[in-house]
Write a protein that binds this ligand. Structure first.
Ligand SMILES: Nc1ncnc2c1ncn2[C@@H]1O[C@H](COP(=O)(O)OP(=O)(O)OP(=O)(O)O)[C@@H](O)[C@H]1O
Ligand SMILES: [Mg+2]
Length: 249
């Protein structure tokens, strides 16, 4: 079971879009996928129109059993949803014992998936510590602009620090350049910088595509919203790359 945190402390770089479309793409290839929305903005939950009585707050704070909070979304796809109450969780967690590993302990009994994908918030707090200390891998979407390059350096440093501090070993297995505009000089230069500056796998970029922006309004993935779009092509290629490397995990 691959446990993957989709993370970047920079906001708006495509974390939620990437988590959602990878998850749906993998599920369509018959991989059992669990989505976890760890962001109080609950954009992942909202983008798929997910609803349920229980949320990740109940898992983390009320110690409810995972089977009581997991909802079924589709064949091969389950989710633990979030709502805005999750914003309070961080403060409550701060007073709890071993506060950085609450998610890890809460999901201890979960092993019947091929992939667990966590949509992380753009902040450096306990929700992200918990996500990283549960995960074995991080996928880092990076916008192809100057601030994206800066953001990548920062998340690499933070993950190093967390690994050292908690004797953990989550690795950035994949950097995913996003918001790529082939006509833009800054996008090209930033992509170069990302490839030069990161010592690991940088996949082909996800191009800017308005269909990706529109899809959440319909509560669907890009594959259902616009199968022939650039966004669908790019995310489908990424899903295939993930599948191709499966044997190494
Ligand atoms: N390749 C793309 N082309 C065009 N728009 C995109 C693309 N990827 C994402 N978007 C849009 O950009 C916005 C930010 O994307 P998204 O919500 O996935 O980022 P995020 O990193 O999860 O943001 P946050 O940090 O707020 O959680 C959204 O409106 C989304 O629909
Ligand atoms: Mg998001």
């Amino acid at each position: 079971m691959r446990k993957i945190a989709v993370i970047n402390l920079k906001g708006g770089v495509g974390k939620t879009t990437t988590t959602l479309n990878i998850a749906v793409g993998l599920a369509r290839k018959n991989r059992r996928v669990l989505l976890v929305d760890m962001d109080p903005q609950a954009n992942l939950t909202g983008s798929l129109f997910l609803a349920g009585n229980k949320t990740v707050y109940d898992l983390l704070i009320n110690k409810e059993h995972p089977s009581d909070v997991i909802i079924n979304v589709d064949e091969f796809l389950d989710a633990i949803i979030a709502d805005k109450k999750l914003a309070d969780a961080e403060m409550i967690m701060a007073g709890m014992p071993s506060r950085e590993t609450i998610l890890k302990r809460s999901l201890e009994s979960i092993f019947n998936y091929d992939y667990v994908l966590i949509d992380c918030p753009p902040s450096n707090g306990l929700l992200n510590y918990n996500s990283l200390l549960y995960a074995d891998e991080a996928f880092v979407p990076v916008s192809t602009d100057y601030l994206g390059v800066v953001g990548l350096r920062r998340i690499v440093e933070i993950i190093d620090e967390i690994n050292e501090l908690f004797d953990h070993n989550v690795e950035i297995s994949t950097v995913i350049p996003t918001m790529y505009d082939i006509r833009s000089k800054i996008c090209k230069e930033s992509l170069e910088e990302i490839r030069k500056g990161f010592n690991g796998e940088v996949v082909a970029p996800i191009r800017v595509n308005s269909k990706l922006k529109e899809a959440p309004r319909s509560g669907t993935s890009i594959f259902d919203y616009s199968k022939k779009s650039r966004g669908a092509k790019d995310y489908s290629r990424l899903v295939n790359q993930i599948l191709n490397r499966e044997e190494f995990y």
